[in-house]
Design a protein around this ligand. Structure first.
Ligand SMILES: C[S@@+](CC[C@H](N)C(=O)[O-])C[C@H]1O[C@@H](n2cnc3c(N)ncnc32)[C@H](O)[C@@H]1O
Length: 195
C-alpha cells in the first residue's frame, strides 16, 4: 500500500495556535548563531538567492540577514507555519507557506538552501526524507549548496544514494562545537553540469 503522507502527523498537520506560539518562543536566534550552526560566509549569501526551510514563524534567519546586509540579500522563508501567521512587521520580506515535501519552486531556483532544526530534523519518515531530498536537488542551482543541521551520520549514506551523480554530500561531526549533542552538519553541493 502506498504511504499516505497526510497521515504522518503531527509534523504534517496544519499548525495549531500552540505550534505557532511554541516555534515563535524557540526561534529568536542572532546571525552569529546561524553562522555557527550553518557555517556559511558572507559571500555565500550576498547577491545570492537563499531559501530557508523551516524558517519558524518570524523568518528569523531572513530578518537577521536583511538587517546585516540589506538589499544585498534575497532570502525566502519557507514554513507551513506561515499559513497560520498573519503578515506583518514580524515577518521577513518573502515568506512562503507549504510543506517540505511540496516545494512550490521552479527547477534551479536557489544558490543556497539552509535548514536549521527544520529538515531532516522534523521529517516524519525516511520515505518523506528521500522525496524532500530529490526536491531540494531539483530547486538548487548548479553549483548551489544545501546546508542542514542537525543531522545524524546515518543520513549521509541515504543522501548519497538519493543524489547519486547529481551532487556531492558531506557530513561533518559538530559535537565538539555543540557539546554533547551527537549530531553533525550535512552539506550537499549540486554539480555544475546538472540542471
Ligand atoms: C524549531 S523551528 C526552527 C526555526 C528556525 N529554522 C530556527 O532554527 O530558528 C522548526 C520549524 O519547522 C517547521 N516545519 C516542521 N515540519 C515542517 C514541514 N514538514 N513542512 C514545513 N515546515 C515544517 C515548523 O513549522 C517550525 O516553524
Amino acid at each position: 500500500m502506498p504511504f499516505d503522507e497526510s497521515k504522518a502527523k503531527p509534523r504534517h498537520a496544519p499548525p495549531s495556535e500552540s505550534d505557532v506560539a511554541f516555534y515563535a518562543a524557540h526561534t529568536h536566534r542572532g546571525l552569529v548563531e546561524y553562522e555557527t550552526f550553518l557555517d556559511f560566509k558572507r559571500n555565500d549569501v550576498i547577491n545570492k538567492k537563499v531559501l530557508d526551510l523551516g524558517s519558524g514563524p518570524h523568518g528569523r534567519f531572513a530578518r537577521e540577514l536583511e538587517v546585516q546586509y540589506g538589499e544585498q540579500v534575497d532570502v525566502t522563508s519557507f514554513d507551513f507555519i506561515h499559513s497560520a501567521t498573519r503578515a506583518g512587521s514580524e515577518r521577513s520580506q518573502k515568506s512562503v507557506a507549504g510543506l517540505f515535501s511540496q516545494l512550490p519552486f521552479k527547477d534551479n531556483s536557489f544558490d543556497m538552501i539552509t535548514s536549521l532544526y527544520g529538515f531532516p530534523f522534523y521529517s516524519p519518515t525516511l520515505e518523506i526524507s528521500k522525496k524532500i531530498l530529490r526536491e531540494l536537488i531539483r530547486i538548487t542551482k548548479p553549483k548551489g549548496t544545501i546546508v542542514l543541521w542537525p543531522v545524524l551520520e546515518a543520513f549521509l549514506s541515504m543522501a548519497k544514494d538519493i543524489v547519486q551523480d547529481k551532487a556531492t554530500v558531506s557530513w561533518e561531526d559538530t559535537s565538539d562545537t555543540f557539546g554533547n549533542f551527537p549530531r553533525g552538519r550535512v552539506t550537499i553541493t549540486k554539480l555544475p553540469n546538472v540542471s
